[in-house]
Write a protein that binds this ligand. Structure first.
Ligand code: NDP
Length: 324
């Protein structure tokens, strides 16, 4: 029988964790023929809740689930891990300054990066979901010098999927008709969903919608969708975030055509090297590759630059705090 793939999920007792773990165990993360072993990492006060989730996972009798461990020890959680989904993070609370937020998250993602460095399997792939995701991924990466830098990624796939859904509704086409959607930059309000390369029915999407809708409705709707969902449901968008995490890892491992992922920049499109920024990507042979050679119009350039500037400021701030 195939050796199970070890998948570590942090913040496993949280909302996203609850929406994510059952789908991983059912085979949706890696493929319907790949056995998995789950490791649930939590802070001590949430271990009991994570154990409750583990009991429910047991009760599903998933044929592909070969074992579950629950721990508050990062070294143990990442020991031999092949995939790490870093979901647990310190949320921004009212009145919290950016420096405090980054400091709190540095205290989580620095040690986790080191634990990954020292314990994970050679093929470890890391997806950071916990916000500020891009910079948390950078912090973890900088504490894992022995792991190839490109194994640290952050999630912009939910933004990508939201952009597909908004455009499909506007043009009244199935999402499957839309190709070449891209989210650029930071997973934050400055992100830039780009319709100048997206195609619907083989024609550029930006040419099929009016400019005012693109600028004043589409871009802000995609960027602020999380807040709209909290407003409507009274709880955050945990299930769609979990779904996007599944999409990201599945595509990374199994290959994919044009999609969006935040990966370390190689300097493409003027994004300073090393920043973990969202790009148009394909997945080939288990690696993300940035799609090259796209022309960037002035409207897009301005927005990509603004989001990348925010990433640079976050990197400068965590450097100043000594977190990287
Ligand atoms: P959620 O599971 O709802 O969210 C977890 C993280 O994902 C947050 O940082 C959140 O960011 C982020 N996120 C990214 N995209 C989305 C999205 N579309 N919708 C909602 N969230 C998104 O948080 P909970 O509070 O329910 O659970 C967090 C768990 O993490 C807790 O059980 C806590 O104990 C644990 N934790 C574990 C740590 C560890 O393992 N060492 C460390 C810290 C916490 P945002 O805040 O911006 O919404």
């Amino acid at each position: 029988a195939q050796t199970p793939v070890k998948v570590t999920v942090t913040g496993a007792a949280g909302q996203i964790g609850y929406a994510l773990l059952f789908r991983i165990a059912s085979g949706q993360l890696l493929g319907a023929d790949v056995p998995v072993k789950l490791s649930l990492l939590e802070i001590p006060q949430a271990v009991k809740a994570a154990e409750g989730t583990a009991m429910e996972l047991d009760d599903c009798a998933f044929p592909l689930l070969s074992g579950i461990e629950v721990t508050d020890d990062a070294g143990k959680a990442f020991d031999g891990a092949n995939v790490a989904l870093l979901v647990g993070a310190r949320p921004r609370t009212a009145g919290m300054e950016r420096g405090d937020l980054l400091q709190a998250n540095g205290g989580i993602f620095g040690p986790q990066g080191k634990a990954i460095n020292d314990n994970a399997a050679d093929d470890i792939r890391v997806l950071v979901v916990g916000n500020p995701a891009n910079t948390n991924a950078l912090i973890a990466q900088q504490h894992a010098p022995d792991v190839p830098a490109e194994r640290f990624t952050a999630m912009t796939r939910l933004d990508h999927n939201r952009a597909l859904s908004q455009l499909a509704a506007k043009l009244q086409v199935p999402v499957t008709e839309i190709m070449k959607m891209t989210i650029w930059g930071n997973h934050s309000a400055t992100q830039y969903p780009d319709l100048f390369h997206a195609e619907v029915g083989g024609k550029i999407a930006a040419e099929q919608v009016d400019e005012a809708w693109l600028r004043d409705t589409f871009i802000p709707t995609v960027a602020k969708r999380g807040a709209a969902i909290i407003e409507a449901r009274g709880a955050s968008s945990a299930a769609s975030a979990a779904n996007a995490a599944i999409d990201h890892v599945f595509d990374w491992v199994n290959g994919a055509e044009w999609t969006s992922a935040a990966i370390p920049s190689d300097g493409s499109y003027g994004v300073p090297e090393g920043l973990i920024s969202s790009f148009p990507v394909v997945s080939r042979g288990g690696k993300w590759e940035i799609i090259q050679g796209l022309e960037i119009d002035a409207f897009s350039r301005e927005r990509i630059d603004a989001s990348v500037r925010e990433l640079e400021e976050e990197r400068a701030a965590v450097r100043e705090l000594g977190l990287i």
